[in-house]
Design a protein around this ligand. Structure first.
Ligand code: ACO
Length: 311
């Protein structure tokens, strides 16, 4: 790329201007956005699976209606994000195929199982809580379509977090058995939630360049710390035990200290060896294959219509 063009591009980013699809952009900027937005879209879509699994087993009609709405929202988020990625010159079908054959990733968290109803509360509270922590700053990201998708997504995501907190609170205030289930869900999902923010800054491959381009607004560790600081008082309010003996207020830093997740587990999960990777991809592949006749039918119909217009 021509250095003058690159400098002018960087100056627009530094001035806080939004980059729009038809503007010139460096190839690396385009590629990084396709990777990040695509992975983000896939996460929303795959993220429907662990919760969708509990719609038919929700404990009350109200909880069922809430969960159904939330899972539908996730599908919508996936669609806004695929649309944002499409403005960069990649089709939704291409992105989907890259997910299905393992060339693209989705968030590590969705490779963990939801074993019982307490997990559904904990997913809303912790997983959606971590997701918003990452997505609120992305509303200011430099690429216009991504930023606008994030504004809408964050509104819905905060409802998701609250419904999860409300569900887990109900259990934490319930019978000893319900309380035990809430504690167990927190213990199991705590470290996987911390992993959602990505590897520690020293091992993050893309952070430096992505922050320069304002594709990312914060480092992985900054957001992870914010999440811990926000969530520890909520755990205390619920009267649950802390899931990590390393959590301790650090007066000097003005933050909670905490134990890092097991990074070897993280890398193992993103390589495809988490507890549910095989099931998740099998479910997405099945949905894609089962839907082939619908895609073929729609295309055939569109072709027939177009031919009739020409005639
Ligand atoms: N799960 C799976 N892969 C991850 C995760 C994770 N939690 N965190 C990092 N990775 C991958 C990166 O994609 C990258 O691999 P790649 O080069 O093959 O793409 C590698 O690990 C190294 O990480 P980083 O260099 O730190 O990657 P990056 O700068 O992209 O930061 C992050 C990762 C923070 C997830 C960033 O991509 C991001 O902010 N994405 C948008 C938010 C998002 O995707 N949320 C999805 C979950 S929330 C939800 O859907 C409800």
């Amino acid at each position: 790329d021509d250095p003058e063009r690159l400098a002018a591009f960087q100056a627009r980013i530094d001035a806080g201007e939004k980059i729009e699809p038809k503007d010139w952009m460096p190839e690396g900027y385009r590629k990084t956005l396709i990777r990040q937005i695509g992975q983000h879209a896939h996460s929303e879509i795959v993220g429907q699976l662990p919760e969708g699994n509990w719609i038919t087993r929700a404990p009350t009609l109200e909880r069922k209606a809430i969960l159904l709405a939330k899972v539908q929202d996730e599908a919508g988020h996936g669609l806004y994000l695929y649309c944002a990625a499409e403005t960069l010159g990649v089709s939704r079908d291409e992105l989907t195929e890259m997910l299905l054959d393992g060339r693209m990733k989705y968030s590590s968290i969705f490779n963990y199982p939801t074993l019982n109803w307490a997990d559904i509360g904990a997913v809303g509270w912790l997983v959606d809580g971590a997701a918003i922590m990452n997505q609120v700053p992305l509303q200011r990201t430099s690429f216009g379509p991504y930023s606008r998708a994030m504004i809408r997504i964050c509104k819905e995501e905060s409802f998701h977090q609250r419904q999860g907190y409300d569900a887990i609170r109900k259990m934490a205030e319930g019978t000893p058995e319900q309380r035990r289930m809430a504690q167990d869900a927190l213990n199991r999902l705590w470290f996987p939630s911390l992993m959602m923010f990505g590897p520690s800054d020293k091992d993050s491959v893309h952070s430096e360049q992505s922050m320069k381009w304002k594709i990312k607004m914060n480092t992985n560790d900054e957001l992870r710390q914010k999440f811990v600081d926000q969530t520890v008082p909520q755990i205390e309010f619920l009267g649950l035990d802390l899931p990590d003996p390393g959590i301790k207020w650090n007066e000097e830093r003005g933050h909670y200290d905490y134990t890092d997740p097991d990074w070897s587990e993280f890398y193992d999960v993103i390589k495809g060896n988490g507890p549910c990777n095989t099931d998740r991809l099998a479910a997405r592949n099945k949905a894609w294959d089962d839907g082939k006749w619908v895609r073929d039918g729609l295309l055939a119909h569109a072709r027939k219509k177009a031919a009739a217009r020409v005639a």
